[in-house]
Design a protein around this ligand. Structure first.
Ligand SMILES: [Zn+2]
Length: 136
């Protein structure tokens, strides 16, 4: 069965909207104004601050991850325009439909994706990155 490009395009755009939408929500959910009543309770505040820092770090990690995904989605949308969507960037072979259904922005066949992941993993060892890859 051939890949339904229109369907994939819809899914890519939808995913991008979700990511950009959630980024907006995250920013809005960051309260800058502190309720004066809460400030009366000193010990409670310290705990709250600690939680805030952790949440902010998590938020930044999510944003970096989302940003990378948006870049991948944009690249996939560009490939749809170029008519190269669904083909491995490394060897031009068709990416299996099952894989595209799971990862509509996939740019490589499984073989080359694994190769890249091994390369990335090696680089991450050198740079001591602790980023999780989002491909299962
Ligand atoms: Zn390939």
């Amino acid at each position: 069965m051939a890949i339904n490009i229109d369907e994939m395009k819809k899914r890519l755009i939808q995913r991008k909207k979700e990511i950009l939408g959630s980024e907006g929500n995250l920013s809005e959910a960051k309260p800058k104004v502190v309720n004066p009543d809460d400030r009366d309770n000193g010990t409670q505040d310290k705990e709250d601050d600690a939680v805030d820092v952790t949440e902010e770090q998590q938020e930044q990690a999510i944003l970096a991850d989302d940003q990378a995904l948006v870049t991948e989605i944009d690249a996939a949308l560009q490939r749809i325009k170029d008519g190269t969507y669904g083909k491995c960037l490394a060897d031009g072979k068709p990416i299996p439909e099952k894989r595209l259904q799971a990862i509509p922005w996939a740019a490589y066949c499984i073989q080359h994706e694994e190769q890249l992941e091994r390369q990335n993993a090696a680089e991450e060892d050198v740079l001591s990155h602790d980023c999780d890859t989002h491909y299962a």
